[in-house]
Design a protein around this ligand. Structure first.
Ligand SMILES: [Zn+2]
Length: 345
């Protein structure tokens, strides 16, 4: 009962053990939420879910030799999958200028497309291999969207975004986004749909939606439910302890309170870390959870939560390690399926 011990210690810290409130009134649930939020602020998060301490494969600042080794491994993996074609590549052939950027270069120019290639080169071998497989199918529409917006047309299989904003360092400075994040998110969608096409799936469906009879979306749902259940449990335990220690009768902890608590928790996190898990939690709970980032009301009625999460995990894997870490903490099983899908696409 780690939660119980944790709360006793915590309440002591707040001076609740010996003292009672002068007015002796029932404490509103908001006060408890505040205490839990304070705890989260001090300790990073609630003691639910396991911390990810696996190997990080996204060392953007990684030294050149290390980077070359990784790219070499990735391209070899790619070559092997093409059953021997190109498999006689030597290590000298394998540098980030071998990452395919033809289609990107047409729209972004040489300098930016080299930067984009370097981002890809810093990702995991699976991402690099997938990139090499589908990068020559990237297609942009002629639309230029407003700042910070992106759109993938699943019928035409085209990407629209605000290229200038997304590619500018401003996107980094305002802490609201990450440079090239929208581009990689939309490319994630494109690869996902192209892969389904290639594997003989329905044209309007994505690989991640179809894979294992929807096992990816199922895992996202399961892990969200588990997280909410655990949070509910901890909040109920907290309320009981609170009652026992202060004598103040607590209101029943409802799921509504859990949604509110988790929403607040997400809003208090740094935006870059929270943006993708916020979107996923919102999608599974159909907007009952509202974090700092998400989609319009009604969006999730006709959009597959797995397809969206795939694009988010894809872009996080390339340009947002802070978010990727949270994805691995909150959705370890779904993330595992994501990695599995990368290898099979
Ligand atoms: Zn999307």
């Amino acid at each position: 009962m780690a939660g119980l011990r944790w709360l006793f210690g915590e309440l002591k810290g707040y001076g609740y053990t010996d003292t009672k409130d002068a007015d002796g009134k029932t404490k509103p649930i908001e006060e408890l939420i505040e205490i839990l939020n304070e705890f989260r602020k001090k300790n990073g998060k609630l003691p639910v879910g396991e911390e990810y301490d696996g190997e990080q494969s996204f060392d953007v600042e990684g030294g050149k030799p290390e980077q070359r080794k990784r790219i070499a491994g990735a391209l070899r993996l790619y070559a092997e999958r093409r059953r021997g074609k190109n498999s006689n590549m030597s290590d000298n052939d394998l540098s980030y200028d071998k990452i395919i950027t033809k289609k990107i270069e047409k729209v972004y120019g040489k300098k930016l497309s080299a930067m984009i290639a370097e981002k890809v080169a810093s990702a995991s071998p699976e991402i690099i291999a997938l990139w090499c497989k589908y990068a020559d199918r990237i297609k942009f529409s002629r639309l230029n969207l407003p700042n910070g917006k992106g759109f993938f047309d699943s019928k035409l299989k085209t990407i629209s975004l605000c290229k200038d904003y997304d590619a500018s360092p401003v996107a980094e400075f305002d802490k609201k986004s990450v440079r090239f994040e929208i581009l990689f998110h939309e490319i994630g969608h494109l690869f996902d749909f192209k892969a389904n096409e290639r594997h003989g799936g329905l044209d309007y469906k994505s690989f991640s939606e179809d894979y294992g009879n929807g096992s990816f979306a199922d895992a996202l749902r399961e892990e969200t439910e588990e997280y909410l259940y655990k949070t509910h449990f901890h909040m109920k335990m907290s309320a009981e302890c609170f009652e026992r220690q202060t004598g103040h009768i607590q209101k029943e902890v409802l799921y509504e309170d859990v949604y509110k608590f988790v929403s607040d928790e997400l809003r208090q996190m740094n935006f870059r870390s929270a943006c993708d898990i916020s979107d996923i939690l919102e999608s599974v709970t159909m907007h009952a959870i509202r974090g700092p980032a998400g989609h319009k009301d009604g969006y999730w009625k006709d959009h597959d939560i797995g397809t969206e999460a795939f694009a988010s995990m894809f872009s996080a894997s390339i340009v947002n390690p802070e978010s990727l870490k949270q994805i691995q903490v909150y959705f370890p099983k779904a993330y595992g399926i994501f990695c599995e899908m990368l290898r099979r696409m």
